[in-house]
Design a protein around this ligand. Structure first.
Ligand code: GLN
Length: 258
């Protein structure tokens, strides 16, 4: 059973907050309150107990050392494991995604750090840093092919094991490791690389996270004009991604000149 107000919990913003991923929590909270559902954003920092009565938990991106501190603090706290046992959803972006996997590497010496083991995924340093706009295809619960757009910036490449399934398939960008997949889903844990913040750019995907946590369908926002405006912004954003990628292709020869 989900408590009221519905809690959207941002875990360790001070460690995993350099990419504006906190915006994901703002989007989720707002999309609930616009539907008349009482919702609140809860911020929790290392040293404070991670509440166990949240509906959705969010982890963001961060530097290598910050993510090591975050994984240690989360493991020592243990609250996230209890929350997931009670049906909560965890949406983890970039460094957060790497943290929820089995292991990831950091630093010049590629030291292996144990993850939380919530997703069957392993991250090691990739051949080239994945930086730039990314466009993927995600299949909604209704079987609709939905384009997701965002900005990726990660040196780690992630490989999924058999217990995790890819969240989406890459049209433009690198994604998990250049194998055509992006992100991972395992139970109620969802990992993904794109920032943006991700959920501001992808409202249908944001609603799916909420629906999974609340265990019910939500339908569109009651404000039809707002739905239209968000849809237009989304289309524009996708066009920008496609344009920027084409531009990168068209001008690649410039970098190859002596
Ligand atoms: N430090 C990680 C990497 O470079 C995560 C980066 C991020 O969160 N954007 O792979």
């Amino acid at each position: 059973m989900v408590n009221s107000p519905v809690k959207i919990v941002v875990v360790y913003q001070s460690l995993l907050g350099i990419y504006g991923d906190r915006g994901n929590a703002m989007v989720l909270t707002k999309r609930l309150s616009l539907r008349g559902i009482d919702a609140e954003m809860v911020m929790v920092e290392p040293g404070e107990p991670v509440p166990t009565d949240g509906a959705v938990y969010l982890l963001g991106g961060g530097e290598d050392l910050a993510q090591v501190a975050a994984v240690n603090a989360m493991r020592a706290d243990g609250g996230i494991f209890h929350a997931l046992d009670m049906g909560a959803v965890l949406f983890a972006v970039c460094a957060g995604y790497q943290i929820v996997g089995n292991s990831f590497t950091v630093g010049d010496k590629d030291e292996t750090i144990e993850g939380l083991g919530l997703v069957d995924a392993t991250t090691t340093r990739g051949t080239v840093r994945a930086v730039g706009e990314i466009l993927t295809h995600w299949t909604s619960p209704d079987g609709v092919d939905v384009l997701l757009s965002g900005f990726e910036n990660h040196g780690g490449y992630t490989t999924l094991g058999p217990s995790a399934r890819p969240l989406a398939h890459v049209e433009l960008g690198i994604g998990n490791c250049g194998d055509g997949t992006e992100g991972a889903v395992q139970g109620h844990v969802v990992g993904s690389y794109p920032h943006g913040p991700n959920l501001a750019r992808n409202p249908q995907f944001a609603d799916w996270l909420l629906e999974t946590a609340l265990d019910r369908r939500l339908g569109p926002l009651p404000d039809e004009q707002l739905n239209q405006e968000l849809a237009t912004l989304r289309e524009q954003r996708i066009a920008v991604v496609r344009h920027s990628k084409n531009l990168a292709e068209d001008t690649r020869w410039l970098g190859a000149r002596p």
